[in-house]
Design a protein around this ligand. Sequence first.
Ligand code: ZN
Length: 406
Amino acid sequence: MPSSFPFSVLLLSGLGLLSCARPQASAPTRSVVIEAVKQQPDAVATEVPLEKREYGPGNPYAVPTLTPYAGPRKPLKNIILLIGDGMGPAQVTGGLIANRGQLYLQQAQATGLSITANQYGKITDSAASATAMATGHKTYNGAISMDSLGHSFRSIMWDAREQGKSTGLVVACELPDATPACFAVNHTNRQDLEGIARKYLDAPIDFMYGGGLKFFTQRQDQADLLAQWRAKGYQVATTPQQARNLTSPKAVALLADNGPARMPTRTAAYMELGFDKALELLGKNEKGFFLMVEGSQIDDAGHFNDTSYNVQEVLDFDQQVGKAFRFAAQNGETLVVVTADHETGGYSVVGGSSQTGKLAGRFTTTHHSAVVVPVFAYGNGSELFTGMYQNTEIYQRIKQAMDKHN
Ligand SMILES: [Zn+2]
């Protein structure tokens, strides 16, 4: 930061310590600058309604201590990648305070930090970052596993398939949305949701669970993609009851026209059903599976600068993390990696107590930020995820773990 910075802040603040009519005046002393800055009105407080800045208290859930698998080392069979969209360090902190000082995330056996910048060193969107994690390549914002010259990158889901594994996506957004799409298809523009939806018919994914039904059924080209899916041997569900009854190793559940509702309207049952069904169907494969689970709406809450929404989405996500850790602890042949594609909202936690579960948050932007995001790993191969590295390493290290045992 140049040393003239506080001086320009003063000029902009309009506090009148320096008259613009006398620009030659000597710079104020440091103590004058500090006093003036202290007197500045709190810009955020006037822009963001109070209720959007506070959470709690809610109903905490118990976080029992898991006993990690301690038997003989087994080959790696299953990979569960959980992506908290927009979940930076402060989002985790908010969840921690709200749940009275305990999260499943704390039981990770290895932690790291992921640098999320896109190919051009700029603040990433979900598409560029999911491309990095799904394919190992940095790209431009908006790209669904492609580069700016139109080359397609190969998703790690193809590698999983090649190793005989089953594959799955469980998300709290539209299925053609950027994060899941990067694991499934290649497309130049994340905004073309109908175009992406069509490509899902040839995606290397066995089980899909999310929203966005209308992109498959109410299309400009009049195509009924659900019928085409059935013709390819997929079972299709459009209600929770139908999703519960899925039995086929190839299945798709689209439970909302657009994105699924936000928490708490959505309730924990939504992600529970998707994750449990994925473990049930994909778990039948003796060669294992690769499952990506996304806490999609942590990002939405960040864009809306809504602390309460943010906390509830983080807590919903952490309970899925608990399910994944428990699964890995039981069988010793599963790697769980939890991370984010980027931080959203430039969020911070500025007040609160883990005794009461109440907290206050502040946001500095309605967009994404450049802040590094945490990585948590558990189970077979988790030791690979220590350190600070580019988001493309999420792909590289998972691939390394998968290839070691193939
Ligand atoms: Zn976003």
